[in-house]
Design a protein around this ligand. Structure first.
Ligand SMILES: Cc1cc2nc3c(=O)[nH]c(=O)nc-3n(C[C@H](O)[C@H](O)[C@H](O)COP(=O)(O)OP(=O)(O)OC[C@H]3O[C@@H](n4cnc5c(N)ncnc54)[C@H](O)[C@@H]3O)c2cc1C
Length: 423
């Protein structure tokens, strides 16, 4: 085992959360190492951005790069009811007549690499093909990482350790911090298509969310570059996977996907003549949250802290936002030479307050009796609040005023408070 030099910050995982935190800390002159398990850019799910990512991209110096990319521009999200009826699109510029109302649909292999290249340009030492086995602790204090680099197991020491390993959730698993959202036990099946129908003009880059006939599942349709469209279906774990095993106990993901698509006529029509590009991928148990966001000399960001649900495309935004908030906390920690849980996790409560608005709207979406169209015909004054949440404006505007009326139809679970270490 080799033991290496000391870094001021070590970021584990080169997804959007990790790149963001690493870049913003390095920009303040600190020595940052980012290690990413994958040696090459790879396919990842999570391809639709929401407008509020604009402000983090601005700080990262990414806006020009995104504007000159080939990623389709996204102006809206549109929902389809179980009967196949298209509801009015929610255009983000309706409440926000600013350039930040336009966002992008991204191929993750390219997008994540752009963020990593940007991190390198801003002074981060990026090492690909290095898989962290565990975070090293002295008592409660994180002191470094043990990482596999080819055949070598290396120890690298760092003052602050940032866990941005996504659903791998390295520290969360090591310290047993994660709890599955009990009412959001979902699974998803997805692939890419080439060809198929796209709307024109402003709606060409829209995300579509389409209920299936019995409302037991829903599809996303996300237009991507190269004339590709990302198509995925989400339903409860029992409905989509557990109860669909064949007599041999095996799952046929393609068969399940096709059966669900049959129940979603508007999407079938759009995919008429389109070619499926790779076998159906499956994921499950993706909705969980860690009970703590930081500890002595460590902090969790992005999916490593928690993930809600794919329906409103909030995952990338929350990854970027938590990366940004954590970076500010880390810089302050260095300035004050204080790497306590309180200092590094000082952003935790405001971060989860924003997440809570998304969470409530997710619960509304899964309430069978709820529909945006019905809600807005009864309470038209809440259109702005809904568009603000769909845009991700949960940290810049007060959006919570819509929930008392929504709670007349929808059950909202109690908030999940943050805990601190018990000493
Ligand atoms: C079905 C589904 C659909 C989704 N759709 C959307 C969407 O449309 N829009 C959206 O915004 N979000 C979506 N999401 C969520 C989104 O994918 C995630 O929230 C987002 O990728 C989180 O970013 P991250 O940087 O935290 O983690 P990740 O993007 O997962 O990055 C983590 C990185 O850490 C690396 N890593 C892991 N373990 C180690 C290790 N031990 N050592 C070194 N490196 C390691 C991984 O290789 C990876 O590159 C979706 C999620 C699901 C499940």
């Amino acid at each position: 085992m080799n033991t290496h030099q000391n870094y001021e910050t070590i970021v584990i995982g080169g997804g959007p959360a990790g790149s963001t935190a690493a870049t913003l800390v390095a920009q303040q002159g600190y020595r940052v190492l980012l290690v990413e398990r994958d040696a090459e850019p790879t396919f990842k799910i999570g391809e639709s951005l929401i407008p509020a990512t604009y402000w983090t991209f601005k700080r990262l110096g990414m806006l020009e790069k995104l504007r000159s990319s080939h990623f389709p521009q996204k102006f809206s999200v549109q929902f389809f009811t179980r009967t196949g009826k298209a509801t009015n699109p929610f255009y983000f510029f309706e409440t926000n007549p600013h350039e930040s109302a336009v966002t992008w649909q991204v191929l993750r292999s390219e997008f994540d690499q752009m963020l990593l290249d940007n991190a390198s340009e801003k002074g981060v030492e990026v090492r690909r093909g290095v898989s962290v086995r565990r975070v090293l602790f002295e008592g409660d204090k994180a002191i470094g990482i043990a990482a596999q680099n080819g055949n070598n197991l290396e120890t690298v020491r760092g003052t602050v350790i940032v866990d941005s390993t996504g659903q791998r959730s390295l520290i969360g698993r090591q310290l047993n911090l994660n709890t599955i959202e009990p009412n959001l036990k979902k699974a998803s099946l997805f692939t890419h298509y080439e060809g198929g129908h796209r709307d024109e003009g402003l709606d060409e880059g829209a995300t579509l969310i389409l209920h299936t006939e019995d409302k037991d599942s829903w599809f996303w349709s996300i237009p991507l570059p190269y004339n590709r469209t990302s198509i995925g279906v989400v339903g409860s774990l029992d409905y989509l996977l557990q109860n669909r095993r064949g007599p041999d106990g095996k799952l046929n993901a393609q068969k399940i996907f096709d059966e669900e698509l049959e129940k979603c006529k508007p999407l079938m029509q759009r995919l008429n003549g389109a070619k499926q590009l790779f076998p159906i991928q499956t994921t499950k148990d993706f909705s969980y949250r860690a009970s703590r966001i930081a500890g002595e000399n460590w902090v969790l960001i992005g999916d490593a802290f928690g993930f809600l649900d794919p329906v409103y495309s909030t995952g990338l935004f929350l990854a970027l936002k938590s990366g940004e908030m954590a970076a500010d906390a880390i810089v302050e920690a260095f300035q004050e030479n204080n790497f306590s849980e309180q200092k590094l996790g000082c952003f935790g409560q405001s971060f989860i307050d924003g997440m809570e608005s998304f969470r409530k709207l997710v619960y509304a979406f899964y309430t069978k009796e709820f529909s945006f169209a019905r809600f807005l015909s009864k309470y038209p004054e809440h259109l702005g609040g809904i568009v603000d949440i769909l845009s991700g404006d949960v940290y810049r505007r007060d959006v919570t005023h819509i929930f008392p009326d929504m709670s007349k139809t929808c059950y909202f679970p109690p908030e999940m408070p943050l805990e601190q270490a018990s000493h």
